[in-house]
Design a protein around this ligand. Sequence first.
Ligand code: ZN
Length: 220
Amino acid sequence: MSYQHCWVDGSAIDLPVGKVVCVGRNYAAHAKELGNEVPDAPILFIKPASSIVPMNTPLALPQGQGEVHHEVEIALLVSERMRNVDAKTAPWKIAGYGIGLDLTLRDLQSELKAKGHPWERAKSFDGACPLSGFVDARGISGKQPLNISLAVNGAMRQQGSTTQMLFPIFELIAQMSEIFTLEPGDVVLTGTPSGVAALHSGDVFHAKLGNALTVEGSVA
Ligand code: ZN
């Protein structure tokens, strides 16, 4: 499946497709539901460009490796290189806001964590990062707090707000940019609220970002 960053109207965005920089446990309630401690520095990991797929095409989940959980997250599309930026500069280098699903092979991740192994097998596989179209950042960046939610088969599963984040979006990006240079076309995922659960074949979901964006999708 070829993927290209798009605006919500479906038109292509003139940026390459880069890496996805993600944060674990950025909402205290989600850390708690998985029995994890709240971190004092962001827990960062990367999904490669090869993990990105469009959210509005039926999702093909990995088979035979246990539960695949949804983690709905606010996604930001990077427009300009960021290296050691501060939280005040970062908003100027964001092209758009969207919704990402940090799909996670939860049973496998638990095994990897117990062994002290890296998480990539559980979080960075092909198709592990469905992304929506993006809303122009100029229309949204002044409108914080932002809410994010995910309903599956009509039942609300996850609801969160930027006000619940342990590391607010631009503070998080500043810290990410100290470790990983963010390039034009990279995406930042900002962590998931509580309510993560398994997806199954035939599920239909609705993801919502504030009043700016609603995406309908399904699992193949
Ligand atoms: Zn996540």
